[in-house]
Design a protein. Structure first.
Length: 443
């Protein structure tokens, strides 16, 4: 996780200060836009120091773990590569002479132009992409060492409409609508968000209007599938992993106005919906009226679920699978089963992205929102610790290269083959992230 790492030595302190420690990449990697990373390098001296050069670098690296081994001998289990690097000379003295930095505070402003085509920060259990700034003060003398400081940078990718969409007559819809006409019913499914952050809520509106008598809802299954593809082109290695996450139902709201039905049509309770989601044969009758409900699910948090990525060598995609099974009785008094299946791609954002980067607030929320920040909100962590479950994630993943490989081998059974390897795991109920109050009490 991004952290500040100043270098201290006696009478010197070298540090990197940033205007914004997070760079937000907008939209897809194909958009040719530029972002600015700016700040300043500062050093405090209590005695003069002889130096030749002050430089700063912006570096991006990717790390991929291969427990089964790749390469000609199959003994390469860890690969590290520099995917981006920029250098800036903040101050340079004459090559044949050196300059003297006087006592006091010295500052050097800097600015990096970052392309939107850069890979966002990835923190997967088998693949990582990280960025950092490092500054160096070169000194002269046999016993003089270089003074260094480092600061990690976070690159997050947010959804963003293109200029062509903004200039069109209507904005693109952020929801996914699916309609199906069958012999026994008309079905309509609306996934209200096509992109959302991990650990947030995902509303799905389901409407099933029966066209014949004796139609029953037997089961409703909602599963989020995460597909991870790892590649090493130089070794012609490729590995594919599939992970299934069964999302948790949080609440149910009926879409039928009770004032219009006059309480004639009985409404399904949350217990009935849970029974349809948890059992194979719930047998919920639709004789009294259509099934029209808004189901709100909670996505897994960032401890287990990764965000979608655009990097070719660590490619992570997500698919939402919705499966509804219906039964009906035909004129021969025989029961027939009907399947409604919907597989749609969905974008999972980093959990450290606020909701403001995903959807615009409604007029009611904008009017009722209080611009004055309360004392409780001031006590909440900010910056990189927007997501409280990230602290738990770092305790699980902050380790050395050897420990990283050991954790991977213990948690997954891998194959010794260098070809495609498929992993299929099921996660049932996800533990919600701890609250800010619990984290503060532990500290």
């Amino acid at each position: 996780m991004p952290a500040i790492g100043p270098f201290f030595t006696g009478a010197k302190q070298l540090s990197i200060d940033l205007a914004e420690p997070v760079v937000y990449l907008r939209g897809s990697s194909g958009d040719r836009t530029t972002h600015v990373l700016q700040g300043e390098v500062s050093i405090v001296l209590t005695k003069p120091m002889v130096a030749t050069q002050v430089i700063i670098k912006f570096v991006g690296k990717s790390y991929i773990l291969w427990p089964e081994g790749v390469g000609p001998r199959g003994n390469t289990v860890y690969h590290e590569k520099v995917i981006h690097e920029q250098n800036l000379i903040l101050q340079s003295f004459h090559p044949k002479s050196e300059g003297t930095l006087d006592v006091g505070l010295h500052r050097w402003p800097f600015q990096f132009l970052l392309s939107n085509q850069l890979v966002e920060t990835i923190e997967d259990e088998c693949g990582k992409v990280s960025y950092y700034l490092t500054t160096t003060v070169h000194r002269v003398g046999v016993a003089a060492t270089k003074i260094r400081a480092r600061r990690d940078i976070l690159l997050l990718r947010t959804p963003h409409w293109s200029d062509a969409a903004l200039t069109a007559n209507s904005l693109p819809s952020t929801s996914i609508v699916y309609e199906r006409k069958l012999n026994i019913c008309d079905a309509s499914i609306c996934i209200e968000k096509s992109s959302c952050s991990s650990g947030t809520q995902l509303p799905i509106a389901i409407s099933i209007s029966p066209l014949v008598k004796h139609v029953f809802v037997e089961s409703i299954s909602v599963i989020l599938v995460e597909k991870r593809i790892y590649k090493l082109p130089q070794y012609r290695a490729r590995r594919v992993e599939l992970h299934d996450f069964k999302v948790v139902l949080t609440s149910v709201t009926s879409l039928i106005d009770p004032m219009l039905t006059h309480a004639i049509v009985p409404q399904l309770s949350l217990k009935d919906i849970h029974r349809a989601l948890g059992t194979k044969n719930a047998h919920i009758a639709l004789n009294e009226g259509p099934f029209q409900h808004r189901l709100i699910f909670t996505l897994p948090n960032c401890v287990n679920l990764n965000h979608s990525s655009t990097y070719n060598e660590i490619h992570i995609t997500h698919t939402l699978k919705l499966h509804i099974e219906l039964t009906s009785i035909d004129h021969l008094n025989q029961m027939t089963r009907t399947q409604i299946k919907l597989d749609t791609p969905i974008t999972i954002l980093d959990c450290r992205l606020k909701e403001d980067y995903n959807t615009l607030p409604t007029y009611e929320e904008a009017i009722l929102s209080d611009p004055v920040i309360s004392e409780e909100e001031e006590c909440k962590p900010t910056g990189f610790f927007i997501c409280p479950c990230y602290l738990e994630y770092k305790k699980k993943n902050q380790c050395s290269k050897r420990d990283w490989m050991k954790l991977r081998n213990e948690s997954h059974s891998t194959s010794s083959s260098t070809t495609d390897v498929h992993y299929h795991q099921h996660y049932n109920t996800m533990i919600p992230p701890p609250s800010y109050e619990d984290l503060a009490s532990k500290q």
